[in-house]
Ligand binder design. Structure first.
Ligand SMILES: NC(=O)c1ccc[n+]([C@@H]2O[C@H](COP(=O)([O-])OP(=O)(O)OC[C@H]3O[C@@H](n4cnc5c(N)ncnc54)[C@H](O)[C@@H]3O)[C@@H](O)[C@H]2O)c1
Length: 255
């Protein structure tokens, strides 16, 4: 198994890609700390993993809140003894995040609090734990939108994912000499609750997006998690500071 006995902290693991990541990491032998704001969803993810014979604990965490992150990391270390992998997956994309001229400051701040400050806080408390053992892998979930403009703007979200890319590179340079690798995955449109609630029910929007997707389909959470398992495992020991597009080829599309 590729993640045997690795303690993996996954944020936003109650839904979508985070939930599938928790399940697939556990099947690879990982011990999963399910960090989630939604208590019911987080408990359910951990329960299903244990029912399937894996190792997982739900730990309530709001990644945007410093006290909550500090306490969740302390509980993770008390429970599992160490942290090998930090998978910063939690993110939000609210419908009232639109163009800069129509987005409220409240919405802008809410998006950045989760998508950017959340990663800052998780790194702030997890990296010192990793440094004790001079080993660790950080996986940040950015997005293809960090590299492409969109005629249906979500400017706070788009800018926040650009920040995730930049922060990943800075972490990669600072902490690789201490044994800690940092990489980002940029998913294309993936069929999860986050996307389906916003887009996929709208036939026209679905058609426009698929017409630009050379693979002819939206992604599945598993498409992203296969890449994350590589980054979490020791197979990726020389992969650091990489911004990996897993998007069916959509970012290559000129039209
Ligand atoms: N779905 C897509 O098409 C797509 C594409 C590119 C990038 N992404 C990114 O992938 C990541 C996962 O997206 P998804 O589609 O699986 O979303 P999702 O909405 O299905 O799941 C996100 C999870 O994060 C949790 N969460 C939200 N705020 C939180 C907080 N403050 N603290 C802790 N947990 C919190 C939610 O409760 C939820 O369980 C996000 O960062 C998203 O921006 C998604």
């Amino acid at each position: 198994m590729r993640l045997q006995n690795k303690v993996c902290v996954i944020t936003g693991a109650g839904s979508g890609m985070g939930q599938v990541a928790a399940e697939m990491f556990a099947r690879e032998g990982g011990k999963v700390a399910v960090l989630e704001l939604n208590e019911e969803a987080g408990r359910e993810t951990a329960l299903q993993i244990r029912k399937a014979g894996g190792s997982a604990e739900f730990i309530r965490c709001n990644v945007a809140d410093e006290k909550s992150v500090k306490s969740a990391i302390e509980k993770t270390v008390q429970t599992f003894g160490k942290i090998d992998v930090l998978y910063n997956n939690a993110g939000i994309m609210p419908p009232d995040d639109v163009s800069v001229i129509n987005t409220s400051v409240e919405v802008w701040d809410r998006v950045w609090d989760v998508n950017v400050k959340g990663i800052f806080l998780m790194c702030k408390y997890v990296i010192p734990e990793m440094m004790k053992r001079q080993k660790g892998s950080i996986i940040n979930i950015a997005s293809f939108v960090a590299f492409m403009g969109c005629s249906v703007p979500q400017d706070a979200y788009t800018a926040s994912k650009g920040a995730v890319v930049s922060l990943t590179k800075s972490l990669a340079i600072q902490f690789r000499p201490r044994g800690i690798r940092s990489n980002a995955i940029c998913p294309g449109p993936i069929e999860t609750p986050l996307l389906t609630e916003w887009l996929v029910k709208d036939e026209e929007a679905r058609h426009v997006r698929l017409s630009r997707q050379p693979s002819g389909r939206f992604g599945k959470p598993e498409d992203i998690v296969h890449c994350a398992i590589y980054l979490a495992s020791d197979e990726s020991d020389w992969t650091n500071g990489s911004i990996i597009h897993v998007d069916g080829g959509i970012t290559c599309n000129y039209f």
